[in-house]
Design a protein around this ligand. Structure first.
Ligand code: ZN
Length: 243
């Protein structure tokens, strides 16, 4: 029954697309606002241990016997990342030189990725293996609606199937990103507490707020790609053969 019901009129189609677009946009804007405001607030709260982000990162790498990863500073805000192909731990200047609870939290989180890399943590391996196809999928879902649906160059059913597959790949990529990010954050919290870099109580809670807000952005990205994937999957199964 729903199959027939899912055949949309052009107006319904446009309304659904607008709802999807603005709904997922609002979600990701909310998530990035949340992480930015938590970061802005807690990057002004110094940790009593006096460690800088770079110092705690070096300490954590040493504790894990990781000798082949270099730590470097980069400009920009929240540009921190771990680069597995070059074994580089890249920290934004504010976190590299900073002694705030936010700086220590972010630095320790990036170390979590370096440790995952060393331990061949499975979800990180899957994520690294999927980077190439994910790049292709994001190009595909961007261009197919233009050349296919609006230009009419690709048959409708084929275009919908390609879109469902493309968003399926993006959704799976965001899905495996979740354990990678949650695990890195769990490792960060644990090591910051055990080394005393962040004092239990207020400092620990503040650091947790920053890292939990950051994790929310990955949940938002997953929910967005899942929504688009389900949308195209339903349309695909709705089987509009009339065009
Ligand atoms: Zn991360």
């Amino acid at each position: 029954m729903w199959r027939r019901n899912f055949r949309q009129t052009p107006i319904q189609y446009i309304m659904t697309m607008l709802l999807l677009f603005f709904g997922t946009l609002a979600l990701s804007l909310f998530a990035s606002w949340k992480v930015k405001s938590a970061y802005n607030h807690y990057s002004k709260v110094p940790a009593s241990s006096g460690y800088t982000g770079a110092q705690i990162a070096q300490r954590i790498l040493d504790l894990n016997n990781i000798r082949d990863v270099t730590i470097q500073a980069t400009p920009g805000e929240l540009t921190d990342h771990y680069d597995p192909s070059n074994r580089r731990l890249v920290l934004s200047e504010k976190n590299y030189y900073g002694t705030s609870v936010a700086a220590l939290g972010v630095s320790a989180h990036e170390c979590g990725h370096a440790i995952q890399h060393k331990e061949l943590y499975a979800p990180l391996q899957w994520r690294m293996a999927a980077v190439g196809i994910t790049g292709i999928a994001s190009q595909v879902v961007m261009w197919v609606p233009f050349i296919g649906m609006f230009g009419g160059l690709i048959p409708y059913k084929l275009a919908i199937t390609i879109m469902a597959l493309g968003f399926g790949v993006l959704m799976l990529f965001q899905l495996v990103t979740l354990p990678v990010e949650f695990d890195a954050t769990a490792r960060a919290k644990k090591v910051l507490a055990s080394t005393g870099a962040v004092a239990m109580g207020q400092e620990y809670n503040a650091m947790s707020k920053v890292l939990d807000a950051a994790a929310l952005t990955y949940v938002a990205a997953f929910v967005s790609t899942l929504s688009y994937f389900l949308y195209y999957l339903l349309r695909m199964m709705g089987g509009r053969n009339d065009d």
